[in-house]
Design a protein around this ligand. Structure first.
Ligand SMILES: C[S@@+](CC[C@H](N)C(=O)[O-])C[C@H]1O[C@@H](n2cnc3c(N)ncnc32)[C@H](O)[C@@H]1O
Length: 260
């Protein structure tokens, strides 16, 4: 299982996580009428097992996310990426932001609200936020844009007034002008990225935490080669830029970096 998770998804499973993995996947084994992990691993490696891959990533990672998580990252995005370019963006300049490992969409929707807060006509400009995740089930939730009242609480009030609408059953619906800025897609960070750079900012937060040092270093390098000079990279609060890519960035805040 560890070899499979590492090869396919870059997930590094230490033996300390063995019990966690075991308990999370046990239900799935029982549902399939299997009694041995060995048989489940054989299924994963077979052509019939493709459909199981998503369940394994879901079981081995968490989708925990929040709106405006690490609020200072969104302030930096507004102040360093959007505001200095307001005039050119209004006249059609291109702005591309990638939320890599976007989970249920709270991160890319927070990015979209940050842009609209500074540039209310952002959806009519050449501005796009690409939001990707390896887990198709969580992407379906992200595309729906429906959240609970508790989940939307961290959205600043001034943005909530135009960014979120009441939906049935007390649910909160992300407004269409916010949704229009975001394109969701399935993407495994360990595989090829069908993306066109240069990008102005990449958010990859609380994803690399599952990868070992070597995989992280390769990921930072791939991000560096996609970013425009001056482009920003935001990573998770417990993650650090390391490896050869580090020299190509300057630190501009806590876990926020600017490509030199
Ligand atoms: C903890 S969530 C982070 C969500 C958001 N970025 C944030 O910080 O709030 C981690 C996400 O990474 C995704 N993930 C894990 N391995 C991945 C991989 N190899 N490629 C793409 N996404 C991956 C998971 O599916 C999960 O949705």
């Amino acid at each position: 299982m560890a070899a499979f998770a590492y090869r396919e998804f870059g997930l590094s499973l230490h033996s300390s996580k063995r019990d966690l993995v075991y308990s999370r996947l046990l239900k799935r084994l029982h549902a399939l009428g299997m009694h041995r992990f060995h048989d489940y691993c054989d299924l994963l490696e077979s052509a019939d097992g493709r459909g199981e891959h998503d369940l394994v990533v879901s079981a081995l990672t968490t989708n925990v996310t929040h709106f405006f998580r690490e609020g200072h990252h969104f302030d930096l995005l507004a102040n360093l990426v959007v505001k200095p370019r307001l005039a050119e963006l209004k006249s059609g300049a291109r702005l591309r932001i990638w939320s890599a490992g976007c989970s249920s969409g709270m991160e890319p929707y927070s990015i979209a609200m940050t842009l609209l807060d500074v540039l209310p006509e952002a959806a009519q400009q050449n501005i796009r936020i690409l939001a990707t995740d390896v887990d198709p089930a969580i992407l379906a939730r992200a595309r729906a844009g429906l959240f609970s009242a508790d989940e939307v609480k961290p959205i600043p009030d001034r943005m909530k007034s135009w960014g979120v609408q009441q939906a049935e059953g007390g649910q909160q619906q992300i407004a269409s002008k916010v949704q229009k800025l975001v394109r969701f897609g399935e993407l495994n960070l360990m595989q090829d990225w069908p993306l066109r750079g240069p990008l102005d900012a990449i958010f990859c937060r609380n994803v690399a935490i599952y990868f070992d040092k070597q995989t992280q270093a390769r990921l930072w390098q791939r991000f560096a080669s996609l970013l425009a000079p001056g482009g920003m990279l935001f990573i998770g609060h417990s993650e650090r830029l390391s490896g050869p890519a580090e020299a190509g960035f300057s630190s501009v805040g806590i876990t926020a970096y600017c490509k030199l």
